[in-house]
Design a protein around this ligand. Structure first.
Ligand code: PMP
Ligand code: GLN
Length: 378
């Protein structure tokens, strides 16, 4: 049959997850916690269900939740988004990203994507007839070459997608990076998707630079967030996007016919839970401790560690162990050592150094200790 996405295979997260299951492996592949969320949050959901929030939520999301998101963004990044017309609740960040692309990208439009890139961007562009134009992060420190970035902007460029903290490299954009981006887009009508799902997982006292902080970016950007990462509830698929009213108006035209609305009871629960900033401000330390435990466990291994400034992913170079391709190594790691990872080629890395795999450290300390003791045997 005719395919709009002839090259697309099943996502690497499903492939590695299934392989992990088949071999009863410790699953450090797909990014999700193997521990439970706060019981109070679960109670708030059942409470909302018992209170009768079991039918469609408003198309744009529960207002109380949008108000809390607006307050959070204003407190953290100093930008006011009107909850009425500048914030929409979505089914995870994935739906926000897909809907933004569908609402704005058509045949022949170019979208600049920084790679390695999270795997949902490229197919969403292509299925809408757009053309992904890649800017390769530097192979050693995963920084953007802004000269190269500027050279990719053409009269057809309609959108840029950035992701900070970055999955899979764990690097974050500095203030300088954001200013470079802002300056590069001056005098254009280019729209930005700023994928900030790991905004609350930043380490070593570094600060998350949200696109919403910068006047010249905020006016053209959809900032995308995800409660899945922040509250250990990836399975609830709840996210949002915030952006200027004019752009959000256009977004909602598509959103209403894409999903109409997201889970009602969960939105009610999150609106209450979000009122307490410690619920998200405690996350940096929580995951920094896990990163450090994981790294100390790997200190006697032959893996070379890439500095991780944020996210719950650790990228490692395995070239001191073997020079086989990353997907071959990752498969062997599951089969022979019962450890599942994500090979970096799952993030569109054609033509770059491939001796890298990503481990997710959003796991109990017990799991991390067990996994690293096995990884030290390689
Ligand atoms: N963007 C990035 C960079 C991610 O890692 C993820 C991971 N799940 C998403 C978007 C999607 O988030 P959600 O689960 O809320 O759809
Ligand atoms: N974002 C998660 C990761 O990078 C995976 C989400 C998914 O399976 N699509 O591992």
């Amino acid at each position: 049959i005719f395919s709009k996405l002839p090259k697309v295979k099943t996502t690497i997260f499903t492939t590695m997850g299934q392989l992990a299951q088949k071999h009863s492996a410790i699953n450090l592949s797909q990014g999700f916690p193997n521990f439970e969320p706060d019981q109070n949050l679960i109670n708030l959901v059942t409470q909302a269900m018992n209170q009768g929030y079991n039918q469609y939520a408003p198309m744009t999301g529960v207002l109380e939740l949008r108000e809390e998101i607006s307050k959070k963004i204003e407190q953290l990044y100093g930008r006011h988004y009107n909850p009425e017309n500048e914030i929409t609740i979505t089914i995870g960040a994935t739906q926000a990203i897909f809907t933004i692309i569908t609402a704005f990208i058509g045949h022949g439009d170019e979208v600049i994507v920084i790679k390695p890139a999270y795997d949902c961007y490229e197919p969403a562009i292509e299925v809408n007839g757009g053309i992904p134009v890649f800017v390769q992060l530097n192979n050693s420190d995963f920084k953007v070459d802004w000269e190269e970035f500027r050279s990719k902007i053409t009269s057809k460029t309609k959108m840029v997608i950035i992701n900070t903290p970055h999955n899979p490299s764990g690097t974050i954009f500095s203030t300088e990076d954001m200013l470079q981006l802002q300056q590069s887009l001056e005098k254009t009508d280019i729209i930005v998707i700023s994928d900030e799902v790991y905004e609350h997982i930043v380490f070593d006292g570094l600060e998350h630079e949200s696109a919403s902080k910068f006047d010249g970016l905020a006016s053209r950007t959809f900032v995308c967030g995800s409660f899945g990462k922040t509250f250990h509830i990836t399975g609830w698929k709840m996210g949002y996007c915030a952006g200027p009213a004019e752009l959000m108006h256009e977004f909602r035209k598509t959103h209403q016919f894409n999903v109409f609305s997201a889970d009602h009871a969960v939105q009610k629960a999150l609106a209450t839970y979000l009122k307490e900033p410690k619920h998200y401000l405690s996350l940096n330390k929580f995951y920094q401790d896990k990163r450090d435990l994981f790294l100390s466990g790997l200190s006697n291994s032959r893996f070379k560690i890439h500095p991780c400034q944020g996210t719950y992913f650790q990228l490692v170079d395995f070239s001191a162990i073997t020079l086989e391709p990353d997907d071959v190594f990752a498969e062997r790691l599951v089969k022979e050592y019962q450890i599942a990872s994500i090979p970096i080629s799952g993030f569109n890395t054609k033509g770059i150094d491939k001796h890298l795999v990503r481990f997710c450290f959003a796991k109990t300390n017990e799991t991390l200790v067990k996994a690293t003791s096995i990884l030290c045997k390689l």
